[in-house]
Design a protein around this ligand. Sequence first.
Ligand code: GLU
Length: 444
Amino acid sequence: MNAANVLEDLKRRFPNEPEYHQAVAVVLNSIEEAYNKHPEFDKANLVERLCIPDRIYQFRVTWTDDKGDVQTNMGYRIQHNNAIGPYKGGIRYHASVNLGILKFLAFEQTFKNSLTTLPMGGAKGGSDFSPRGKSNAEIMRFCQAFMTELWRYVGPEEDVPAGDIGVGGREVGYLFGMYKKLSHEFSGTFTGKGREFGGSLVRPEATGYGNIYFLTEMLHTKGLDIKGKTCLVSGSGNVAQYTVEKVIQLGGKVVTMSDSDGYIYDPEGIDRGKLDYIMELKNLYRGRIREYAEKYGVKYVAGAKPWSEKAEIALPSATQNEIDEEAARQLVDNGVIAVSEGANMPCTTEAIDVFQKARILYAPGKAANAGGVSVSGLEMTQNAEHLSWTAAEVDTRLHGIMKSIHEACVQYGTEADGYVNYVKGANVAGFMKVAKAMMAQGIL
Ligand code: GLU
């Protein structure tokens, strides 16, 4: 396999999908050497079979808004790969959603899920529906309409969706309710459910907590920890909120959070009380982060991201490509020692290059943010055995999984000079398991 040629061919066959090309390029460049040590992989054309999704469902979603106007959106489900377990991955509702973005996410999910040590394949779904400014009733009608199409293609042993940007506990509840009604079964078809109906404890916290567990492991390799360190967090949704919670618990200081309109800078640090305010603001009132600056009298920067602020740790937890080359340089110039991705692909390829050349600790999302889908995997297990575990049990398992993902990255990513290339480590470790499973199951 020649990574550059495979990529060129995919670009020709699937043009106008830049995020998908970006995600594929990073993985192919990482795995090229390991792949080429196995001539049997190339004989089975494993590389194309791994890059191109197993199947894609696309459908129109029609719903009626509060004014009585009939609206249409696009709905998608990408079932990327089920070599190691049922398809698994979240659903994203955001105006920017298109096929290329969901293809990148489903591709990434396949390697991420492989790293979790749990048996889950990779998938992703979503819609260009924007939840922003929508009433609760509109959200419910949209979720129900979305599910009238999707329900045929998902199931506890087939494909298990969950949340992502724009889809949280409320939306999963509505989606699951409609699934249950249409399928006539109560099963673990969704994860991230409410805890009264089969949801796992610690699932809401899992992505953010997991990222900090992973970061802690990285810092330990340098004899450091998070205590007393200043952190930049972007985003203010589920991942960002529980990232901040864990940093506070471990004695670190978070000085920024953001939303798509801008960011706040609080030099004193966001403490427990202030975080409670953000959680209420975002989860209950669905307000804007600007209101934090007004309430606490701190700086608010409209239309910008927090990466020009000085800190030792950066935790991008908003969305893809939120750190570009220039932002990465600013972070490095300001003395950042670690970047750990809570979001999926928040750093551009050029930004990753800057971090790696500076030899700082840099963890890609498919390793660092795998805690969310890991606890989803634990939710599937609990549903299958009709039991629910304590928060302590789930958290202990999550911690163990994040440690083992870190170990796998070190095993596959340590370079000759001792620098751990977490991108290579995560990609090769994730790839090898899927590749072996595909080889064992024949040409499909
Ligand atoms: N959307 C999350 C992710 O990017 C979680 C997916 C899941 O729990 O299935 O990994």
